[in-house]
Design a protein around this ligand. Structure first.
Ligand code: NAD
Ligand code: FE2
Length: 372
């Protein structure tokens, strides 16, 4: 049996923050990072919250949030006991916020504390993870990234305000935009994809083709900025219902071990995953058709689609391989057995179109390292 589940309510547009004015809660915990405070994005939220409410700001989240950061945030939520929690920032603060909420609920359950679950609002400031509409949270433990999935972590409200993306450095636009493409692509070729998930995945892929490079070159232009934000959210809705694939499993492991941003890791890996997912070549070919290439057969369609991905990466200044990124081969080689274990234990691996053997994975990892 398959399931399609839609939540949260989504407010979008330049005036979307105004919905905060209607909230009636008396206490708010904002989980964010230092950049959001420095860029005064936090101030924009504070301006809209009810004047007489109590607000606490936890701004210690760092990129690729760790278990230790979640534990620190947990202390804040336990002591403050807010009625509403706001995750503000890129995927890192929103995921950390989800982790904090989830472990807080677990503690309350274990101790049989009967308290209403705080209302959870997610406000993304990158167009990438789609975390504002997913029940996933990715937390780093040592040199491993652990993807958690639980409906309790799904926000109640997502606010998409394109104004916040104006300050994004172009490198982050490139990385997070490629994360969007990876989500949509993996959702589309997933073994549990449905027409529901296909529709938002396909639309997100089209939007990325038509807008990402323009947004990267002109972050001040509203239309491409807003479109990429919609694509990010739609790709999130798609993969929340059809799961991801080994592009993400490999990126989680390599990203954590070599400190590569999530979107860049996904982008470097993508062309090699497309080649190895032979069972999805027909679907890549369908996407080539969607993007107005004219495939002659499935293999040609897969090649055309992969050509589009490679060109997009080039336009965004993304490396072709881990070697190009400057990673030392000896350090990479020594970690291969651990990477293999990580991939096989990652929840994203289950619904990938092809099942790979250890030997297949090793060959794939070597290609990702050296490039073609
Ligand atoms: N929950 C999910 O479903 C899901 C899916 C994919 C990835 N992830 C996880 O999300 C994390 C990555 O999130 P991300 O790619 O959004 O990046 P991020 O949240 O780590 O942010 C990257 C950098 O951009 C800065 N930044 C964010 N918004 C900005 C803005 N508007 N202006 C200027 N600077 C800004 C941040 O301060 C940070 O330094 C990873 O941990 C990844 O594993 C989660
Ligand atoms: Fe991702």
């Amino acid at each position: 049996m398959r399931e399609y589940f839609i939540k949260p309510k989504i407010k979008s547009g330049e005036d979307s923050l105004d919905c905060l004015k209607t909230l009636k809660y008396s206490s708010y915990l904002i989980v964010t990072d230092k950049a959001m405070v420095d860029l005064k994005i936090v101030d924009k939220i504070l301006e809209k919250l009810p004047k007489d409410s109590k607000v606490k700001i936890f701004k210690d989240v760092t990129p690729n949030p760790t278990v230790e950061i979640v534990e620190r945030g947990l202390k804040e939520i336990v002591y403050f006991s807010p009625q509403c929690v706001i995750g503000l920032g890129g995927g890192s603060p929103i995921d950390a916020c989800k982790g904090i909420l989830y472990f807080n609920l677990k503690i309350e359950d274990e101790l049989k504390i009967k308290r209403e679950k705080p209302y959870f609002i997610a406000i993304p400031t990158t167009s990438g993870t789609g975390s504002e509409v997913t029940s996933y949270s990715v937390i780093t433990k040592g040199d491993k990234k652990i993807a958690l999935a639980n409906e309790e972590m799904l926000p109640d409200l997502a606010i998409l305000n394109p104004e916040f993306m104006k300050t994004l450095p172009s490198k982050i636009i490139a990385d997070t935009g490629m994360d969007v493409l990876t989500h949509a692509l993996e959702a589309y070729v997933s073994t549990i994809a449905t027409p529901f998930t296909d529709s938002s995945a396909k639309e997100a892929i089209k939007i990325i083709k038509e807008n990402l490079v323009n947004h990267f070159n002109n972050p001040q232009l509203l239309l491409p900025r807003e479109n990429v934000q919609y694509a990010s959210c739609m790709a999130g809705i798609a993969f929340n219902n059809s799961s991801l694939g080994i592009n993400h499993s490999v990126a989680h492991s390599i990203g954590a071990k070599f400190h590569i941003s999530h979107g860049r890791a996904n982008a470097i890996i993508m062309p090699y995953i497309i080649e190895v997912n032979t069972k999805a070549w027909k679907k890549y070919s369908e996407l080539a058709k969607l993007l107005d290439f004219n495939p002659t057969d499935d293999e040609n369609g897969k090649n055309l689609f992969n050509g589009f991905v490679k060109k997009l990466k080039e336009n965004l200044g993304i490396e072709k391989s881990l070697k190009d990124l400057g990673i030392n081969f000896e350090e990479f080689k020594i970690k291969i057995p651990e990477i293999l274990e990580d991939i096989k234990g990652d929840i994203c691996t289950e619904y990938n179109p092809n099942r790979l053997t250890d030997e297949d994975y090793i060959k794939l990892l070597l290609k990702i390292y050296f490039g073609e």
